[in-house]
Design a protein around this ligand. Structure first.
Ligand code: CP
Ligand code: NVA
Length: 326
C-alpha cells in the first residue's frame, strides 16, 4: 500500500497526536486567564442551541476509563462529547486488559494512537500521572483520590449563575477535606474566592494543596481552616458539602460517621450563613449524614443546576483542550 492510499484525515490525526500533551490532572495546570476562558466558554455554550455545537469537535474521540462508579461524570462526558460531534469510548477497567495485568504505560501509548484524549476516574492520582507521562494526547482527571477538577469548574459556573459573580465570593466547605474540597481550594485561588474550610481534626485538606493554591497568587484569594463549622459558615455566600465517605474509604465508614457527626449541613448551620446563601453538593448526597433532606430540598439548594453544569463545562473543557488542533 502506498502512502497516497492513506486518507488525509488519517495522516493528520497521526501527526497531531505526536505533538499534543496538554493535560488536566488538576486545575493548577491552568492559568487564571485560562480558567476564566473556560468559564466564559461554558456560559456561551450553555446558551448555544445544540444544533450549533454538533460540528465543533467532529472527527475527535476520547477514551473514558472508569475504575470507580459514576453517574454524572460518565453521562455528562458522554453527552458533551457526542453533542460536539466527537466519539466517546467508555471503558470500565474491569473490561480492559489492564485488569489482566497489561501495563498502564502500554495502555496509555496504545490509546494515544486511537483517540484524542484519555479521561480517567481512578483510585490513585499516581495512575493519572503515569497515564499522562506516556500519553501523547491530553489526559483529563475525571476524579482521583486527590482532585476532582471537572466538578470544580461546574461548581464555579453554578456560583456565577447563583450570585452573578465569582470574584470575592465567600464559600464555606464543610466536612471531609477530600478531592472535591481540594479542587475547590484551587478553584478559589484561580477565580479569586475566599474559601473557609471546616473539617474534623485529622480530615483537613492536604497542606500541599493549600500551598499550590497560595502559589497561584490571584488577588482576592484567601483560605482559612476552622475547627467548628459554625465559624466557617458565618456570613458566607455559599455553603458546600460532600460525602463523608468517598469511594475507596468505605472501610472507614463507622469511624467516619462518628468523626463527622457535628459537621452536618442542616437548617441551623445554614442560618449562620447569609440569608440568600446557596447550598451546593457535588452529589451523590447521603441525606441524614452530610446534609439534611430539608437543606437539600430547600429553595437555596442549587444542586441540580450544579449537576447540569457538568455538561456545559465538560464541553468547554474539550473545546479548550482541543482548540490547538482544531
Ligand atoms: N459528582 C460526580 O462526580 O458524580 P458521579 O460520581 O456520579 O460522576
Ligand atoms: N468525594 C467523593 C466525590 C464523588 C463525586 C468521592 O470521591 O467519592
Amino acid at each position: 500500500m502506498s502512502l497516497s492510499m492513506l486518507s488525509k484525515p488519517f495522516l493528520w490525526k497521526w501527526e497531531r497526536s505526536e505533538k499534543m500533551s496538554r493535560h488536566l490532572l488538576s486545575l493548577a495546570e491552568l492559568t487564571t486567564e485560562e480558567a476564566k476562558e473556560i468559564l466564559n466558554l461554558s456560559l456561551i455554550l450553555k446558551k448555544t442551541r445544540r444544533e450549533k455545537l454538533l460540528k465543533m469537535c467532529s472527527g475527535m474521540s476520547a477514551a473514558l476509563i472508569f475504575e470507580k462508579p459514576s453517574t454524572r461524570t460518565r453521562v455528562s462526558l458522554d453527552v458533551a462529547l457526542s453533542g460536539l460531534g466527537a466519539v466517546p469510548v467508555i471503558l470500565s477497567t474491569s473490561e480492559m486488559q489492564l485488569s489482566r495485568g497489561e501495563d498502564l504505560k502500554d495502555t496509555a501509548r496504545v490509546l494515544s494512537r486511537y483517540v484524542d484524549a484519555i479521561v480517567a476516574r481512578v483510585f490513585k492520582h499516581e495512575t493519572l500521572e503515569e497515564l499522562a507521562k506516556y500519553s501523547n494526547v491530553p489526559v483529563v482527571n475525571a476524579l482521583s483520590d486527590v482532585y476532582h477538577p471537572l466538578q470544580a469548574i461546574a461548581d464555579v459556573l453554578t456560583i456565577y449563575e447563583g450570585k452573578n459573580k465569582v470574584e470575592g465570593i465567600k464559600l464555606a466547605y464543610i466536612g471531609d477535606g477530600n478531592n472535591v474540597c481540594h479542587s475547590l481550594i484551587i478553584a478559589s485561588a484561580l477565580y479569586s474566592m475566599d474559601i473557609r474550610v471546616s473539617t474534623p481534626q485529622g480530615y483537613e485538606p492536604k497542606k500541599e494543596v493549600v500551598k499550590i493554591a497560595e502559589n497561584i497568587c490571584s488577588n482576592g484569594f484567601s483560605y482559612a481552616w476552622f475547627p467548628v463549622p459554625e465559624k466557617a459558615v458565618k456570613d458566607v455566600d455559599v455553603v458546600y458539602t460532600d460525602t463523608w465517605i468517598s469511594m475507596g474509604s468505605e472501610e472507614e465508614k463507622v469511624e467516619r460517621l462518628e468523626a463527622f457527626k457535628d459537621w452536618q449541613v442542616n437548617v441551623d448551620l445554614m442560618s449562620k450563613a447569609k440569608s440568600d446563601a446557596i447550598f451546593m453538593h457535588c452529589l451523590p448526597a447521603h441525606k441524614g449524614e452530610e446534609v439534611t433532606d430539608e437543606v437539600f430540598e430547600s429553595k437555596n439548594s442549587v444542586v441540580f443546576d450544579q449537576a447540569e453544569n457538568r455538561l456545559h463545562t465538560a464541553r468547554a473543557v474539550f473545546i479548550f483542550l482541543w482548540k490547538e488542533v482544531g
